[in-house]
Design a binder for this molecule. Sequence first.
Ligand code: ROI
Length: 171
Amino acid sequence: MESTNPNPQNLAAIPCAIALGSNLGDSPQILGAALQRLGSLEGTTLTAQSSFYKTAPVGPPQPDYLNACALIETHLSPQALMAQLLAIEAEFGRIRQERWGPRILDLDILFYGDRAIHLPDVHIPHPRLRERAFVLVPLVEIAPDWIDPVTGQTVTDLRNALGSQGVERMP
Ligand code: ROI
């Protein structure tokens, strides 16, 4: 049916990198289920997932986080993908409250192909990814050679510039 075809022009799927984080509830279960949900989004395939990492909280004192990254290929637009990620967060009970507060599930778009996108609620690449070891360490596992379109550096370069303090790979 034409109206429900997410890709009527058969455009190529765009590779995207997504960050996942949780520090409330059963975080390993939550991240596992969220990864499955990413792969079940319309017009979207989950192509890689990192290990899970226990990470020291950045921001105000709060419990340690569990972080991971995923790669997807999607036909969704950046805005539609963002809306779907917010919907998944809501399914898991996340209420967007305190800006730097603890959360059941946080999903962020890190990269959308090689595009730089600035819309009122969508900023891609994620503006703080270069200063966050809890993002770069999992990401280097699955996308070491991805080039950040803003700096021209690879994810490996960015991680090496930052180190991996406070980030511990889970067995
Ligand atoms: N700190 C860590 N370690 N991991 C996160 O996912 C995370 N997310 C956040 C803030 C509050 C910035 N701190 C975090 O949003």
